[in-house]
Design a protein around this ligand. Structure first.
Ligand SMILES: Nc1ncnc2c1ncn2[C@@H]1O[C@H](COP(=O)(O)OP(=O)(O)OP(=O)(O)O)[C@@H](O)[C@H]1O
Ligand SMILES: [Mg+2]
Length: 311
């Protein structure tokens, strides 16, 4: 499989499991604690790496101990971090994920402005971007860096994959012009389309409309029911896969990783959609947003789920 560059958030993740979050003034024991490399960009990158791609990250950490620690972990994960900026005077982003035993998740995010990518950061990553077969761009990053990433990724002929909702009209236009693959959860889909989705049929219509406007493949979440993937000439509706929900964090990022890895292997959009579903179902059965994917297990689960759904 080829090389993936992920343009997005790199952060420190602190995951705390509790039976129940105490009321104000109370306290409780933490039953499990995980401190790892996190953030949407890093989690998508780790997922793609686990599925067999060479991966480089483009993101920003601070010039602090947390930044050094997450970069060290990214290297251990086999990720190229040569295009991750270490911004002096900036504190590395910290995401605190507090998860109750019933899977209720609360996310506390300290994301200093300095940890957002700038257009200059993206331009400085040109040597890495030029080598990419696929570029994953997170629309949650500052608008001008997103537009720069979309433009330069498109120029190199890479498969351009976006996840999230456009921040403004300029980003929306750049997405439609440059992206090959668009993925959004239900809230983000409303931002992308300018209206809320009303169920599966409406999502199929909306995804198909978006395909007509530029992207080749569009994947949309439909509430807690399903995901739909549309392409020129077809679509697939994938009901959520049975799983023991532990923590919903990271479902979308694993979905993007599965979708992208399959497309890079040359799979058709339906197969890629099922890979996304299988990867998402795997990560939500774990504590924290960091995936633990195995290429053959994801492929097998995707094929099984597809067979069960009748194609
Ligand atoms: N059991 C499951 N089977 C298949 N897909 C699932 C399952 N559980 C969750 N998903 C998918 O995971 C995705 C979650 O997307 P979402 O973008 O909301 O998550 P996230 O990226 O972790 O969080 P956010 O973007 O809100 O910070 C959805 O597409 C959802 O359908
Ligand atoms: Mg998401």
């Amino acid at each position: 499989m080829g090389g993936v560059v992920v343009v997005g958030q790199v952060a420190r993740d602190l995951v705390l499991a509790v039976d129940r979050v105490p009321d104000g003034g109370g306290s409780t024991d933490v039953t499990r604690r995980i401190e790892v490399l996190g953030g949407k960009g890093a989690n998508q990158g780790v997922g793609c790496r686990q599925l067999g791609a060479d991966v480089a990250l483009v993101g920003v950490v601070g010039d602090d101990d947390a930044g050094r620690a997450v970069l060290a972990q990214a290297r251990l994960d086999g990720l190229d971090v040569s295009a991750v900026v270490r911004r002096s005077g900036t504190t590395t982003a910290l995401l605190v994920d507090v998860v109750e035993a019933d899977g209720t998740r609360r996310l506390l995010e300290h994301v200093p402005d300095g940890t957002g990518l700038t257009a200059d950061d993206v331009r400085a990553a040109a040597p890495v971007l030029r080598r990419a077969d696929a570029v994953l761009v997170q629309l949650q990053q500052p608008a001008d860096s997103v537009v720069e990433a979309l433009r330069s990724a498109d120029d190199t002929g890479a498969l351009v994959v976006v996840d999230g909702a456009p921040a403004d009209d300029a980003v929306r236009a750049a997405v439609l012009e440059h992206a090959d693959v668009v993925r959004a959860d239900e809230v983000e889909a409303a931002g992308l389309l300018g209206r809320a989705l009303r169920g599966v049929d409406d999502a199929v219509t909306a995804a198909t409309e978006l395909v007509g406007r530029g992207p080749r493949v569009v994947a949309l979440e439909v509430g807690s029911e399903a995901n739909v993937v549309a392409w020129d000439g077809g679509h697939v509706v994938m009901p959520l896969l049975p799983t023991d929900l532990v923590d919903p964090t990271g479902g979308g990022d694993a979905f993007v990783a599965g979708l992208t890895a399959a497309l890079l292997e040359g799979a058709d959009p339906a197969t890629a959609g099922w890979w996304g579903s299988a990867a998402a179902a795997s990560v939500v059965a774990r504590l924290g947003g960091r995936p633990a994917l195995d290429r053959d297990a994801v492929a097998a689960e995707a094929a099984r789920a597809r067979g069960g759904a009748g194609g």
